[in-house]
Design a binder for this molecule. Structure first.
Ligand SMILES: *Cc1c(COP(=O)(O)O)cnc(C)c1O
Length: 340
């Protein structure tokens, strides 16, 4: 099986497992886990912020960010296809009591004018808009990369209007590697940033929320309240430290493989590959095949290729460190056999 369902399917490598077994640990809830503390220091520096907090998942990091920056009844501006809105089971409503002001971005990216348009909807009978969220890379938008200028521009409008800003940077390092811009530059316009370790970076578990010392101090309280405090989490943090040292540079190969895959799939009858492919994701609209995405995903699975469904006629393929160029070539051949 060549599993292109997601980059979450990566298994910790032998080197990572070894680092995990050797981790020095303590009680993380009491700030006494040295490896977790070291990871937090390193990720704060990587993203150019004062502080960070290690969490079980990026979903929890986003939930805590929303909770930090808003009060119940307020509104968050976000893209229609963003993860916070579509893949966190309404967490923004449950944990923060907020409503979305939805912007229809282009492949997940919206403009300062679209933010301004949302902000004109003010008045004492409207929800107060207090948070803007962006996603880098934008998953459902196509693994797409916001330009630094556009991120700066939307955050400027937000800050000028008294909003806080949060970046769901679950795959921020994919953008940084693809464009060769430091992750801290992308993080700079934001009050808080989420970074996920269990996607392309290959860790089994873990994410961080990064921000000012004051915001992260409050985030500690929410971490405890949300049940996210851990004990000897150094075992997991060691995987994170290993990933930052060894796996970030592997992301470039994932991007190359996604390009290869996209080119190969584009040759299949009725497969419309969304272009350009910017990072490690390939989205394909299969409407012209006359079949549904579910039907094609099932055929591909039988041929040994895993992918995910992203709409009635939309499929997603994600490359990662557990598939190499040869695997991608084999996946295309298998797909051609069942679709040709
Ligand atoms: C996967 C993902 C998350 C959530 O990450 P988990 O660690 O699995 O909770 C958040 N945002 C984006 C854009 C994602 O792709």
């Amino acid at each position: 099986m060549i599993d292109l369902y997601s980059d979450t399917v990566t298994h910790p490598s032998a080197g990572m497992r070894q680092a995990m077994t050797q981790a020095v640990v303590g009680d993380e809830q009491r700030d006494e886990d040295p490896t977790t503390n070291a990871l937090q220091v390193q990720v704060s520096a990587l993203l150019g912020k004062e502080a960070s907090i290690f969490l079980p998942s990026a979903t929890m990091a986003n939930a805590i960010a929303c909770r930090l920056h808003t009060r119940p009844g307020e509104a968050i501006i976000c893209d229609a296809r963003c993860h916070i809105l579509n893949s966190e089971t309404g967490g923004l409503a449950v944990y923060s009591g907020i409503v979305p002001r939805i912007v229809n971005g282009h492949r997940g990216h919206f403009t300062p004018e679209q933010v301004e348009e949302q902000l004109t909807l003010s008045g004492h009978y409207r929800p107060l808009t207090t948070l803007l969220a962006c996603e880098q890379t934008h998953n459902a938008g196509g693994g797409t990369i916001w330009s630094l200028e556009q991120l700066q521009a939307v955050c400027k409008v937000a800050h000028d209007n008294g909003l806080k800003t949060h970046l769901d940077g679950a795959r921020l390092l994919n953008a940084a590697v693809a464009i060769n811009i430091p992750a801290s530059d992308y993080a700079a316009p934001f009050d808080t940033v989420t970074l996920c370790l269990s996607k392309g970076l290959g860790c089994p578990i873990g994410a961080l929320l990064v921000g000012s010392a004051a915001d992260i101090a409050r985030a500690r309280t929410f971490k405890q309240q949300f049940g996210g405090s851990m004990r000897q989490s150094g075992i997991l943090a060691a995987a994170g430290l290993y990933a930052l040292e060894h796996n970030v540079k592997l992301l470039a190969a994932d991007h190359d493989n996604a390009h290869r895959l996209g080119e190969g799939l584009a040759d299949l009858p009725g497969f419309d590959v969304e272009m350009p492919i910017e990072t490690n994701m390939v989205f394909v609209n299969v409407k012209r095949t006359g079949m549904t995405a579910a039907e094609i995903a099932s055929r591909l699975r039988q041929a040994g290729v895993g992918c995910s469904q992203s709409g009635p006629t939309r499929l997603r393929f994600v490359t990662h460190m557990d598939v190499n160029a040869e695997d991608v070539g084999r996946a295309v051949v298998s797909a051609r056999t069942v679709m040709g």
